[in-house]
Write a protein that binds this ligand. Structure first.
Ligand code: C5P
Length: 401
């Protein structure tokens, strides 16, 4: 337990993601860490020092010029008397100050005075994150030896906008903190993972295909989450409109057959997470030419044949990965179907979700899943697909280590 007994200085700066820092404090303390919070003026507009103090069970530092605090610990000691500094959320403004050595409040001053490792969890609007100024500051901070976790892709709290900018989930920040305190080792460093994602396109003729509504969001998020924990990830993706996740090797395929070949080609691996919505059937012999409407003739019959089951193949493979995870998209009797699938596919875990149209899960950004293992069923709350990915990466890490 790398966090047990560790002293973490948590700097909370001013962003809506500050509400997640409350949960972060709980998660860190659950693991035996002692959390000393520092809040910027902006942070106090989003969460109160009272709430932060209650959760951390200690004093909350807010003011550089507080006579009591200075007499008690002093900002220099505050900056050094810890094992790790975590900045969550790290705003564009605070990062800009840090990159330029500004020190005009308690947070920026102690960040300039510290000699401890620093972990940043940025959170901001995607336009701010991709702005040239922020790019420069992030590059500078990385060069200065600071570590980043996130940001993740997804919808912004303010709504209407999506992209890179959401703060990493508390458990991802915990994992990154553990990695840093563990001598910089990421918990999945040296591990390899294969993830499938997206739909498959099964050709009918050169211009038509059979597909489904999978967006690839969940699979891509899982690939990214595993990579963040240090795994070397091969993502085999069907046709999607998503950007390739950072730090991941992406193999793009269209048909289930190609997906299977790509997955087998990526073996051996420690982890396989098969998230793709692979078409169960393909057209037995796709037409070489575009099928024409023939006057007087009815529609052409489509003769279907079964596709290979990639998860089942991997789950029973001679070089079966140590952890094999499948997904089960169901519209009825989710739990029972999941249990049957666990057996049939040779998986360690089936993540089952109800994809009835009214849930909005398929193609959407949120997910509500049940974890089905030989040990039983665990229902997770309604979460964003990024959150599901972060948690799942944590589950896989625990299972593996
Ligand atoms: O049998 P079903 O399609 O419901 O199983 C879902 C799980 O199996 C998913 O993890 C999916 O990625 C995987 N699968 C696969 N190859 C198929 C069909 C499903 O890998 N041909």
């Amino acid at each position: 337990m790398p966090l047990a007994g560790k002293r973490i200085l948590l700097v909370i700066s001013g962003g809506i993601a500050a509400y997640k820092s409350l949960d972060l404090i709980r998660r860190l303390r659950e693991r035996g860490a002692e959390v000393r919070p520092v809040m910027t003026a902006g942070a106090q507009q989003f969460v109160t020092p009272l709430a932060v103090g209650a959760l951390s069970a200690g004093h909350v530092y807010t003011d550089l010029f507080s006579r009591e605090d200075e007499q008690d610990v002093g900002h220099i000691r505050l900056a050094r008397d810890c094992d790790l500094i975590v900045i969550a959320p790290a705003t564009a403004d605070l990062m800009a100050k840090m990159a330029n050595g500004l020190a005009d409040d308690l947070a920026s001053t102690l960040l300039l005075a510290t000699d401890r490792p620093v972990l940043l969890a940025p959170a901001m609007n995607p336009k701010m994150w991709s702005h040239a100024a922020t790019r420069r500051n992030v590059a500078t901070l990385r060069k200065d030896g600071l570590t980043f976790v996130g940001p993740n892709a997804g919808e912004m709290a303010e709504g209407g906008e999506a992209g890179l900018g959401r703060m990493a989930e508390p458990l991802e920040i915990v994992a990154a903190a553990e990695g840093l305190l563990d001598g910089g080792a990421k918990p999945l460093a040296g591990r390899t993972a294969i993830v499938t994602s997206g739909p498959t396109h099964e050709p009918i003729d050169p211009v038509r295909y059979i597909a489904n509504r999978s967006s690839g969001r969940q699979g891509h998020a899982i690939a990214a989450a595993l990579a963040r924990l240090g795994a070397q990830v091969t993502l085999v993706s069907g046709p999607v409109t998503l950007a390739d996740p950072p730090g991941v090797t992406v193999i793009k395929v269209e048909r289930a057959d190609d997906m299977l070949q790509a997955v087998l080609g990526a073996l051996p691996a420690d982890i396989a997470v098969m998230v793709a919505a692979v078409a169960d059937w393909r057209v037995a012999t796709p037409n070489m030419e575009k099928i024409k409407k023939q006057p007087g003739e009815g529609p052409p019959p489509l003769m279907l044949t079964e596709n290979p089951d990639i998860l089942k193949t991997v789950g029973h493979h001679a070089r079966r990965p140590k952890v094999v995870v499948g997904f089960a998209a169901e519209t009825q009797d989710v739990e029972n179907n999941g249990r049957v699938k666990l057996q049939k596919k040779g998986a360690d875990l089936i993540v089952a979700n109800d994809v009835s149209p009214e849930t909005g899960i398929m193609g959407g950004t949120r997910n509500s899943v049940k974890l089905i293992t030989a040990a039983g069923v665990e229902q997770w709350p309604d979460l964003s697909k990024d959150d599901v990915a972060g948690r799942l990466a944590g589950w896989i890490t625990e299972r593996l280590t």
